[in-house]
Each structure stands twice: as structure tokens, then as C-alpha cells.
Design a protein around this ligand. Structure first.
Ligand SMILES: [Zn+2]
Length: 247
């Protein structure tokens, strides 16, 4: 039986070496979930793929379906985010957390286009510098968690219901916590962190942009902690971003 050819759009989440000259490309596609495909000869300098299959690139691809791995036969770049993001350390480390989260969170057999759109939107905002990288990263993580049914409850205390003195967040409970209800496990999220995080979750960028630099950092720390708690694993890209800032 002849192998089947198909086309799809996808975001490069990861690339791995395969043998001397090939790579395995992991794509978050618009209509087939996450797929892994072989790019033959991509590591040769004469490769016709050139830099098209770098991390963060959004491509239109033609593939040949295989028994274990598909094979890329044609690649066109739709958005050259790789070049735009990889040249800036702050953008790159935020982007690395976004693609690693997408890889861990979105299932291979779950062709939900909203996963692709959320990830594409975040990388686009990073590449074009629409917002501060910490805000883009936080918005992506909070919305990705919400897509999975883990939307944090922000703006009222998850314990007593007050909307006053919300200076903490409970990661296991997934909610804001007021000063009176805070226990030792609650993370610091000083005001107006809770309101700003809620704004990011609903896409209110005008309000989110008013956040002070310190608040943006605190929300990004909260969002990465919250994501890792739900993923039940550490993301390798998180300490890379934190390290780059303290050194
Ligand atoms: Zn309370």
C-alpha cells in the first residue's frame, strides 16, 4: 500500500539529532495534536531545509505518514519566530518555557486547535515584542492551565471569599488567599498581583500593562510554579531563565 501524504501547519516545539545528518522534529500541529517527524539531511550544510526547522518556527509542512515516525517532505516557513526570538536572551528563555510546557501539557492524540492557537499567539507576542516577556509567559501558562480545567481563582480569597488584602496564592488550591487566611504553604503574591494575573487570564492587556516590573516578575514566578505543580514535573527551562537574571 502506498504511504499517505498529508499537509499540516505546526509549531516546532523541539528538535533532536538522529544519526549523522537527520533530525527528529516535534511539532504542535493545528489539527493533529503533537506529531514527531524525521527531517532527512537537515544537518548537512547543503540541506534544502536550511534554518526552517529551528525551535519556535511555524511551518506549513507536507509529510509522508510512516509506521512510527512521519517524514517531512516539504517545509515552508509561515512565521520566522526562530530568528526573532532566539537572538534575545529574555525572549528566548520565555519562549523555551512556552514550548516545553506545550510539549508536556498537550497530548499527542488530542487534536485541539485551541492548543495551537494559544501557543502561536504567545510566540507571536514574544517575537513582535507586543508585551513584556514575563507578561506573555504568564498569560500563556495561566490560560494553558485553564484550558485543561485548572483555571486559578483570582480576585477573591478561596478560603473566606473576601476581595480585600489578597497578598497570597495557594498553589494546591489554585486560588488567591487573603492575609487572614494565609498559611505557611501560601506563596507571596502581593497586591495587585492577583488582579493583574486575573487580567492576563481574561486577556485584559490594558490593565496587565499597568503592572510594575516587580509585580510582573512575581506573577511569572507564580505562573511557572503553578504550571509545574499541575504538570507534576520540573520544567528544565525554568531555572535557565531564573539563572540568567540573577547572574
Ligand atoms: Zn480569606
Amino acid at each position: 500500500m502506498a504511504a499517505k501524504t498529508f499537509r499540516t501547519k505546526g509549531i516546532v516545539l523541539r528538535t533532536d539529532r538522529l544519526g549523522e545528518a537527520d533530525r527528529i522534529i516535534t511539532l504542535l500541529t493545528i489539527d493533529q495534536g503533537i506529531i514527531r517527524a524525521v527531517a532527512k539531511g537537515v544537518r548537512r550544510t547543503s540541506s534544502r531545509y536550511g534554518a526552517r526547522l529551528e525551535l519556535f518556527s511555524v511551518i506549513d509542512a507536507q509529510l509522508l505518514s510512516g509506521r512510527n515516525l512521519d517524514i517531512l517532505t516539504q517545509v515552508e516557513v509561515l512565521y520566522p519566530f526562530a530568528q526573532l526570538i532566539a537572538r534575545d536572551y529574555d525572549l528566548y528563555t520565555a519562549g523555551a518555557i512556552i514550548v516545553e510546557t506545550a510539549l508536556q501539557l498537550f497530548a499527542e492524540d488530542d487534536p485541539d486547535p485551541s492548543h495551537y492557537r494559544l501557543t502561536l499567539g504567545a510566540l507571536n507576542a514574544l517575537a513582535r515584542r507586543h508585551h513584556d516577556p514575563d507578561l506573555v509567559l504568564s498569560a500563556f501558562l495561566l490560560r494553558a492551565m485553564a484550558q485543561q480545567g485548572w483555571a486559578p481563582q483570582l480576585g477573591v480569597c478561596g478560603n473566606c471569599g473576601t476581595n480585600l488584602n489578597l497578598n497570597f496564592f495557594s498553589v494546591p488550591q489554585g486560588c488567591s488567599i487573603c492575609d487572614d487566611c494565609a498559611t505557611i504553604e501560601a506563596m507571596d503574591l502581593p497586591r495587585p498581583g492577583s488582579q493583574i494575573a486575573a487580567a492576563l487570564l481574561r486577556g485584559d492587556w490594558d490593565l496587565a500593562e499597568t503592572a510594575a516590573r516587580q509585580t510582573q516578575k512575581e506573577i511569572a514566578h507564580l505562573a511557572t510554579t503553578y504550571a509545574q505543580w499541575h504538570l507534576e514535573r520540573k520544567l528544565k527551562s525554568v531555572p535557565v531563565r531564573q539563572h540568567g537574571r540573577t547572574s
